[in-house]
Design a protein around this ligand. Structure first.
Ligand code: C2E
Ligand code: MG
Ligand code: MG
Ligand code: MG
Length: 278
């Protein structure tokens, strides 16, 4: 009796495990085919100059239009793509698609617009990274100030010396560099003086309760003044209401991005937004 129940439990357990493994395997198998099946899409989220109200930049954010699961968010598939070495071709597709789009928008009148692209650690470690990126810029006749790369703190500080050399080389090609999700990594601040950066993106966890939590307000204000003293500009992420905007503006924040202005949009819709706010 006990033995039978045990066996049943065991069968139940393996059945549940199989479901999990199948879903994970489905994601993996799907990811290996994602480019061949043309299932990736880019959405674009405007970054607004807080003083002029103009859209100066857009961030490219990847989505997976999965035939069964629907629109899959990047947090669900980028980590798996990194594990199975699909992030390199996916990252290259993102770069190529984003720069092709930027060239179209610039030709259509947004002549100064910049595009921000998120880079994963694996991409930064690739030997041909500088050539890969500069070839895409060349192909679309995009010069200095067209592309900004976003890397997270933890990626930036992984190999600070190598990163410093690499980022300096990218910068010589007029590629701008931003630290994404600033303030969330377990990092020291020393990488800030080592790396040739242009911008910090204040993480949205500090912006969320900036009006009600004095600690969040203090961290935001201090980050903004430190950045300015280091010669960096600041983008506040996740701005969702006017009160947050007013406070960030009083702190001297340079750029804002968030649902209060626009969520990430498909290309045509994003361009309409850009044209209204050029
Ligand atoms: P991230 O680079 O920090 O991007 C900002 C995320 O915050 C986006 O989520 C965006 O939709 C969301 N967001 C923007 N404004 C607001 C707001 O006002 N409120 C709230 N609650 N959220 C807001 P998304 O698109 O799901 O992307 C998640 C993360 O996936 C990104 O974080 C980035 O780390 C990664 N990612 C996205 N695209 C790529 C890519 O092409 N390559 C790589 N390596 N990573 C990517
Ligand atoms: Mg980003
Ligand atoms: Mg971010
Ligand atoms: Mg983030």
């Amino acid at each position: 009796r006990a033995k039978a129940a045990g066996r049943n439990n065991y069968q139940f357990f393996t059945a549940a495990m199989n479901t999990l493994i199948t879903e994970r395997q489905q994601i993996e198998t799907g990811l290996r085919q994602v480019l061949a099946n043309d299932e990736l899409r880019l959405h674009y989220q405007p970054q607004i100059d807080i003083r002029t109200g103009q859209v100066v930049s857009v961030e490219a954010l990847v989505r997976w239009q999965h035939p069964e699961f629907g629109m899959v968010a990047p947090d669900r598939f980028i980590p798996i793509a990194e594990e199975i070495d699909m992030i390199i071709p996916i990252g290259q597709w993102v770069l190529e698609t984003a720069m092709a789009q930027l060239a179209v928008w610039r030709a259509a009148g947004a002549t100064e617009l910049r595009m921000a692209v998120n880079l994963s650690a694996h991409q930064l470690r690739k030997d041909s990274i500088v050539a890969d990126i500069t070839n895409v810029l060349l192909k679309h006749k995009l010069g200095k100030g067209a592309l900004e790369l976003e890397i997270t703190e933890s990626v930036a500080m992984q190999y600070p010396e190598q990163n410093a050399r690499l980022l300096a080389e990218l910068r010589q090609h007029g590629i701008e560099l931003a630290i994404d999700d600033f303030g969330t990594g377990y990092s020291s601040l020393s990488y800030l003086k080592l790396l040739p950066l242009d911008r910090l993106k204040l993480d949205r966890s500090f912006v969320k309760d900036i009006e009600s939590d004095p600690n969040d307000a203090a961290i935001s204000a201090a980050t903004i003044s430190m950045s300015h003293e280091l010669g960096l500009t600041v983008v506040a992420e996740g701005v969702e209401n006017e009160a947050q905007l007013v406070l960030l503006s009083s702190m001297g924040c340079d750029l804002v991005q968030g649902f209060y202005f626009s969520k990430p949009l498909a290309a045509e819709e994003c361009f309409r937004f850009i044209q209204r706010n050029l």
